[in-house]
Ligand binder design. Structure first.
Ligand SMILES: NC(=O)c1ccc[n+]([C@@H]2O[C@H](COP(=O)([O-])OP(=O)(O)OC[C@H]3O[C@@H](n4cnc5c(N)ncnc54)[C@H](O)[C@@H]3O)[C@@H](O)[C@H]2O)c1
Length: 375
């Protein structure tokens, strides 16, 4: 538990961005539609990108990130540079008494992660990792379904991530593990965090990877996890698809039904199986816009896992978010920053994510990376 940051009395908070690449700029566009943030300046070691971004958003720009870190006007620094730079920028910004929003991952090693979280505590500053998934509405619909045990307990979950590599040219930092940490650390952390939220604490059982043919580049990783709640989960990430075929699916198997969730930013859910009438009403109240069809004529009874299950009806439930992926993504970016700023202003506010999410998922990702068997 962090010490409370000192109470501040006003928004917007003044922000500086370090790293004006695609995600830094995506966030700036999202922030420009909220009144919680006032962008003061941006920095990128690529002066051309820094200037373009500064000009686009009408703020000062620098090719030296120190100009952000040492600027007394700035309250919060958003770090959106490649992963190997996060720990040093976060540490310098905290030393200058800035709040920090760090892109995933928090750091590349557990030692650095621990030091950063301790430093944030000592300085009474926030240091969340930008785990935007936790702010996407479908994520909480699934959490409520799990907590209400509408189809019994979850038993098994998987994430299949068939990600595009069309924009990841061979020299991109993403493929260089000294810069990215590898796929579990650079990308897997989002889903370790999500699965801990849905299924509770987890342990890495086993991990492996495959290299791109004829190269030393890891492009596919796979790991098996066990959750304290009794769920076996697995995470597959392959960065080897054309943009048009970029696709992801989560599957969750419960005692009497299965859920399929489509999109790494979850956009739709499909549920099929058996449910009691009472629970079907709870399901509909959790997600009123969802389409429930239930065969309510003949209840079934069944036995599974030595449990007698009675009065259940075959059903199907479908729900799709009304907005397209990038709108949902931008809304999640806004919701995250709003939540964190609310905490800065009112330390009694319970944030959706805090410093420990970044650290705990880094620990899992580092372990998966160490455990992976080379093939
Ligand atoms: N939370 C999310 O959903 C999400 C999504 C995409 C990317 N990310 C994270 O955002 C970060 C950036 O990813 P990206 O896709 O925007 O990469 P990118 O390569 O498009 O942008 C990185 C930018 O950082 C700049 N840069 C590199 N080293 C620097 C340094 N030392 N000082 C200042 N600037 C420096 C580069 O010039 C570049 O403009 C990564 O950590 C990535 O994991 C998070």
């Amino acid at each position: 538990m962090m010490n409370m940051p000192e109470k501040r009395s006003k928004t917007p908070l003044k922000m500086g961005l370090i790293g004006c690449g695609w995600f830094g700029r995506f966030c700036l566009t999202a922030y420009s539609k909220t009144s919680d943030i006032e962008l003061i300046a941006v920095a990128d070691t690529n002066a051309k990108i820094a200037k373009e971004t500064g000009d686009l958003y009408g703020v000062r720009w620098y090719s030296n990130p120190d100009q952000i870190i040492n600027n007394p006007e700035i309250d919060l620094v958003h770090i959106a540079t490649p992963p190997n730079t996060h720990a040093s920028f976060a540490s310098q910004a905290l030393q200058q008494m800035k709040h920090v929003l760090c892109e995933k991952p928090l750091a590349l090693s557990i030692e650095e992660g621990n030091q950063l979280v301790n430093l944030a505590k000592a300085k009474n500053r926030i240091l969340p990792v930008n785990f935007i998934l936790r702010y996407v509405p479908i994520v909480d619909i699934i959490k409520e379904i799990i907590d209400n045990q509408l189809f019994g307990k979850p038993i098994r979950a998987y994430f299949e991530n068939y990600a595009a590599d069309e924009k990841l040219h061979p020299k991109h930092w993403f493929w260089d593990s000294t810069q990215s940490g590898g796929i579990f650390i650079e990308h897997g952390v989002h889903f370790f965090d999500l699965y801990q939220y849905w299924f509770g604490n987890s342990e890495v059982l086993w991990a492996t990877r495959l290299m791109r043919e004829g190269t030393a580049i890891e492009d596919r990783v796979y790991c098996a996890m066990k959750h304290a709640s009794g769920v076996f989960s697995s995470h597959y990430h392959g960065f080897d698809q054309p943009d048009l075929l970029d696709r992801q699916v989560h599957g969750i198997l419960f005692e009497t039904a299965d859920i399929l969730i489509k999109g790494w930013i979850p956009l739709s859910i499909e549920i099929q199986g058996y449910i009691t009438k009472e629970n079907s009403q709870i399901l509909q109240s959790i997600c009123p816009e969802g389409n429930l069809s239930i065969n309510d004529k003949t209840p079934s009874k069944m036995t599974g896992r030595w449990k007698n299950i009675q009065n259940v009806h075959e059903f199907r439930f479908d729900y799709q978010l009304p907005d397209p992926k990038f709108k949902v993504y931008a809304q999640a970016v806004q919701a995250l920053i709003r939540d964190q700023i609310r905490y800065i202003l009112d330390p009694t506010h319970q944030r959706v994510i805090d410093e420990m999410n970044g650290l705990e998922t880094l620990k899992l990702a580092v372990l998966a990376t160490k455990k992976r068997i080379n093939r």
